[in-house]
Design a protein around this ligand. Sequence first.
Ligand SMILES: *Cc1c(COP(=O)(O)O)cnc(C)c1O
Length: 376
Amino acid sequence: MIVFNVPPYTGKELEYIRQAVEKQKICGDGEFTKKCNEWIEKRSGAGKCLLTTSCTHATELAALLADIKEGDEVIMPAYTFVSTADAFVLRGGVPVFVDIRPDTMNIDEKRIEEAVTDRTRAIVPVHYAGVACEMDTIMEIAARHNLMVIEDAAQGLMASYKGRMLGTIGDFGAYSFHETKNYSMGEGGALLIRDEKYVEEAEILREKGTNRSKFFRGQIDKYTWVNYGSSYLPSDMNAAYLWAQLLVADEINDHRLALWRQYYEELAPLRERGLIELPVIPKDCVHNAHMFYIKAKDLAERTALLAFLKENGILAVFHYIPLHTAPAGKRFGRFHGEDVYTTKESERLLRLPMFYKLTAAEVFYITGKVKEFYRV
Ligand SMILES: *Cc1c(COP(=O)(O)O)cnc(C)c1O
């Protein structure tokens, strides 16, 4: 059986967790958390990185920093994970869903401006599969209307747009280190902050509304409750797990990219015959092989292909149910304009197994079965 995902494990994780335990320092903001923050800052060029308990929580922090209030509108795609919307709904915000582009499954930048009203406060681009949204256009619209940009870069570490790392272009960016992502700590994430002016407030919000981070740096001699806040910092044991992977981040990335290219080349004949569609990587984007998906003709064909692969020991899966069609999406948000591609494209999309421990032989077996299904 080839499963859909195996959490990344490189071999050093347990050793680093043991080190954290032996230091008797397993709460948040210990040595491994600092190492991870610094590594991400250096690698991504982010002004500041703060590890969090999840990408959901990083996005919640961004919503707090952006001061999203009751009735504020936030523009985002409906083809995304629930967290993208949840973080703003919790603050009373209204998700305004805009259609996606069929080529990248990302928000259609050409549909954003028509959705802007005088209640709009932010745009939340989601970089699907680690392939960047059209950020120049999005940043231009945001500047014109004085909107914040919060990148849901959950899938985006090690991917870039015009040479800039995803998550560092907007005001805030959120990464995920959930076990399904390229780099993991079980549950975890990171908030990226572009402008220095938000750093102190972010640290306070993340540390239960206290100035404890300043205290730890020796900048004040006792810490106190200075604002509202919550607890968004992960245990250093989790950070230790992540650290093992950041140290070999390029190796992980290269291996995934090799698998991705193998899938692409093996399945190209099916695309040439018009049987399936393959992912599109626009020329300004460097992706990170977070995902390999194909698109079948329609929902019925996808369902049949999923079943065929399962019979042959391969666990392929579909992805998001568009948020505007879910009960909470209907209650809290609205779709602006026409849903031309969001539902249609999401029903055709099928994700093939993609993880660090996947082998070339397994990819060959999988692509062979996809070809067999299409009788090629
Ligand atoms: C995984 C994911 C999230 C949520 O990440 P968590 O770390 O589980 O909170 C949010 N948005 C997108 C696009 C994701 O892929």
